[in-house]
Ligand binder design. Structure first.
Ligand code: SAH
Length: 361
């Protein structure tokens, strides 16, 4: 339990307030938003930054999402699936670097066999203190159940946009099944997972109103984890090629900028004070020097360093020129604690689950 310092008061934001902040351009007023988000972050989740080692275990995908470079239609990339030994090696690396969680992410790949992955999860849970997070797309409930029983702690599934018409055009159904990520999020919750979701900022066809509604939806879902990053065009996708038209052309287009992403991160912290919110790789891709740090200063409390073996990492191209924590970034795997100290934060201890402070004032 963490008590809220007496000077901190949570702000109550309505959808119209959120919309006004998204449209705010005045830098002095935006400084106020950053300060509000930073105060709220400190009061509810403290100065610890939880580190999640991200392992991109497969880039095979049966889906044809209009935004993602891993889409099945993209025949231009070599496909890979890591072996269990390789995945367990990455989990050992995560322990060695002092990370509290390993995140296994992939395209929607049914070559990831349910029992095979359950075995890997069991091994990680038996051999390491790590929390296990999965991000494997829209798998059937039987799979989600088997992995939960094997010990998986958390699942990430972004709803991408709450505008249903936009969602359906950028994220076509597969196997004749209507894609309902909200229904899957509810299943994950019932199975006892900590549940994460999120959206892309500046998707073609995304209006300010729909983005404000996305943020209100985070609150309505009472999410444990919320990831938001800028949409980044991929040249081998319909959206990236611009040969795609949004379902409606009313509403002003949200820009996919760094500044807009900070606004969404900050507002997300204000509506979900206890959530774990990463400063995302997509944000760092727009500003390699300072993106991660500014995300952390404006509401975020999680970093997800990529620990995928480099030969696979370059093939996991959901968008081009993905930033990574490596020799070229301000923080390295071994230097991350020092980097956090330098920006006035500290690495999280333990697994870094959701805070339940009950400290709202
Ligand atoms: N197959 C899994 C994991 C997808 S990658 C799934 O569908 O959940 C994780 C996230 O990357 C996606 O949810 C999406 O929000 C984001 N992403 C995909 N393509 C992107 C792009 N072109 N620009 C920015 N983010 C993107």
């Amino acid at each position: 339990m963490r008590s809220t310092p007496s000077h901190h008061r949570d702000v109550e934001l309505h959808e119209t307030d959120i919309l006004a902040w998204l449209r705010e351009e005045d830098s002095a007023r935006l400084e106020k938003l950053w300060a509000l988000a930073d105060d709220t972050r400190r009061a509810h989740v403290g100065d610890e930054v939880h580190l999640r080692g991200l392992v991109e275990i497969s880039n095979h995908c049966i889906r044809d999402c209009g935004y993602c470079g891993l889409r099945a239609d993209n025949r231009g990339i070599a496909r890979y699936r890591m072996t269990s030994e390789e995945i367990l090696g990455c989990a050992a690396d995560a322990v060695r670097y002092g990370y509290g969680t390993v995140v296994m992410q992939a395209g929607e790949d049914y070559g990831i066999d349910t029992d095979w992955l359950a075995g890997i999860i069991r091994r990680i849970k038996a051999d390491t203190p790590l929390a296990v997070t999965l991000s494997l797309g829209e798998r059937p409930i039987e799979d989600l159940k088997a992995w939960r029983e094997a010990g998986a702690d958390r699942y990430l599934l972004r709803f991408e946009t709450s505008d249903r018409a936009l969602y359906q055009t950028i994220h076509p159904d597969a196997r004749g099944q209507v894609s309902d990520r909200f229904a899957i999020l509810a299943q994950l919750r019932r199975l006892g997972y900590e549940v994460g979701s999120g959206v892309m900022v500046g998707l073609p066809g995304q209006s300010y109103e729909s983005l404000a509604h996305d943020i209100c939806t985070f609150r309505a879902l009472d999410l444990d984890m919320i990831g938001v990053g800028p949409y980044i065009g991929h040249p081998e996708t319909p959206l990236g090629q611009g040969n795609w038209s949004p379902p409606r052309a009313d509403g002003e287009q949200v820009p996919n900028t760094e500044l807009m992403t900070y606004k969404v991160v900050a507002l997300t912290r204000l509506v979900c004070p206890e959530a774990n919110i990463p400063s995302t790789t997509a944000l760092a891709t727009l500003n390699r020097a300072e993106g991660r740090e500014l995300g952390l200063a404006r509401g975020a409390n999680v970093i997800m360093p990529n620990i995928t073996p480099p030969r696979y990492r370059r093939l996991y191209e959901i968008y081009p020129a993905k930033a990574c924590i490596d020799e070229t970034s301000p923080a390295s795997h071994t230097g991350i604690a020092a980097w956090l100290e330098a920006i006035g934060r500290k690495p999280g201890c333990g697994r870094g689950g959701r805070a339940h402070g009950g400290s709202r004032t």
